[in-house]
Design a protein around this ligand. Structure first.
Ligand SMILES: Cc1cc2nc3c(=O)[nH]c(=O)nc-3n(C[C@H](O)[C@H](O)[C@H](O)COP(=O)(O)OP(=O)(O)OC[C@H]3O[C@@H](n4cnc5c(N)ncnc54)[C@H](O)[C@@H]3O)c2cc1C
Length: 397
């Protein structure tokens, strides 16, 4: 073994970089390994919407995990911006979750029946929506109005987390991890073409490439790829003052750099023909998605007929079979923690994931934090084949 660290983190996406940053903040010696470049995976393509609405969180621990993460962002962003001098384009604004169809109104109201206990959200009718934003389509039925949601630039967040971790002593190594080193049931390091690195704990945060390590772990690591595309538009009208989303037409957000983000494709009923179920990241923008996304945006905000396309982004989400992240120890193995499969919520859940992983490692990997009991890898023990198709079809974010 040529090098020794406390923790080796595999993958420098938002999850790996969050974990590296939180560990380094506690004085833990970290090596962050990345085979391509920092933020080259799913994290570079995300909208950066940090929203507690939508149907990805269910009542109980899942929602609490999202809420805890949401609450971490203001101080985390301030800390990272101070440390790195970067502007993460972080904004906190009211949000509107629009219903254009009856089924959307039913879904939104159904979710609100329990969300209202935790979030300042209420149903407002179409006239009230138009009072707030008169440019929205006259055909809408109403919306869930939330006092505050948030959005930031996910790529900048990713870079700032990596830079922040480095400033605290973490070492970024641009090398592919080609395998795990074991002694009996204990993982003792990672293998790279530049030599092995030994460590007390390995954190697998390799996004949709995480299944590569299931052979070494002797345990199923079910993460698939769910393609997503979105558009950045130049719109010369006034920016939107609210963060907008709708179950069937996705988000519409005026970013702090002046561009309007609309999207994303992936998993809604009418996407199923384009749903990508590959084993690798598909970064190819498609004309079908561009046309579909523009149409959806115009359905919601007709004046976007006059907007021009600046950039089309295409990436793939690390999809887990139940769309919940996979976080925690691997049954039967010591010295390894998984932090992967965050599906549509990896940007949002980065802080709470990193907090839990850090707490677990700091405690000598003895006690799993209560916040991640729902997300333990153990729930997939014995899984022989994951049904990503079904999981992906229900994604509405
Ligand atoms: C269009 C779109 C919109 C989205 N919008 C949102 C949103 O608004 N809010 C939200 O919360 N989430 C959103 N997401 C989801 C979010 O992007 C992901 O959940 C999140 O980025 C996953 O982060 P990650 O670090 O696990 O994976 P990644 O960012 O993919 O990082 C994994 C890293 O591991 C590296 N790696 C893999 N194998 C190895 C190896 N063997 N050795 C070394 N390095 C390796 C890869 O190169 C990569 O850099 C969106 C995704 C898409 C595609």
């Amino acid at each position: 073994m040529s090098e020794k660290v406390d923790v080796a983190v595999i993958g420098a996406g938002v999850i790996g970089c969050s974990v590296a940053y939180y560990l380094a903040r506690e004085g833990i010696k970290v090596a962050l390994l990345e085979r391509e470049s920092i933020g080259s995976g799913s994290s570079a393509h995300a909208t950066g919407f940090i929203s507690l609405l939508g149907k990805e969180f269910s009542p109980g621990p899942s929602f609490q995990f999202g809420l805890e993460s949401y609450r971490e962002f203001p101080s985390l962003v301030e800390e990272l911006e101070d440390a790195t001098g970067m502007d993460l384009l972080y904004q906190r604004r009211p949000s509107l979750r629009l219903a254009l169809e009856e089924s959307e109104e039913e879904l939104i109201k159904d979710l609100m029946s329990w969300q209202q206990e935790h979030v300042a959200v209420r149903w407002i009718n179409a006239a009230d929506v138009h009072e707030l934003e008169p440019r929205l389509t006259p055909t809408l039925r109403g919306a869930a109005y939330e006092d505050e949601s948030a959005q930031l630039d996910s790529y900048r967040l990713n870079l700032a987390l990596a830079a922040g971790a480095e400033r605290l002593g973490a070492r970024t190594i641009l090398r592919e991890v080609t395998g795990l080193v074991s002694e009996g049931s204990r993982i003792t390091g990672v293998r790279t073409q530049g030599g092995d690195i030994s460590c007390g704990t390995v954190v697998v945060a390799a996004g949709l490439w995480s299944p590569f390590f299931q052979h070494d772990l002797g345990f199923p690591l079910p993460v698939g790829a769910l393609k997503g595309e979105r558009l950045l538009l130049q719109y010369d009208g006034d920016p939107l003052q609210v963060l907008i989303s709708s179950p069937k037409r996705g988000h519409m957000i005026s970013r702090l750099d002046g561009f309007l983000s609309v999207g994303s494709t992936g998993g809604r009923d009418y996407d199923k023909d384009q749903l990508y179920q590959g084993e690798d990241m598909d970064r190819v923008p498609t004309e079908t998605a561009r046309v579909e996304l523009m149409q959806r945006a115009i359905d919601v905000f007709p004046d976007l007929e006059n907007a021009s396309l600046v950039q089309q982004l295409a990436g793939s989400r690390p999809l887990s079979p139940d769309r919940m992240p996979i976080i925690g120890p691997v049954p039967g193995k010591e010295g390894v923690v998984l932090a992967t499969g965050h599906t549509t919520k990896g940007i949002h859940l980065g802080p709470s994931t990193a907090k839990a992983v850090t707490e677990y490692i700091q405690g000598g990997c003895k006690q799993v934090p209560a916040s991640i009991e729902l997300f333990l890898p153990a729930r997939f023990a014995g899984l022989t084949q994951a049904d990503f198709q079904t999981a992906g079809l229900h994604v509405d974010e």
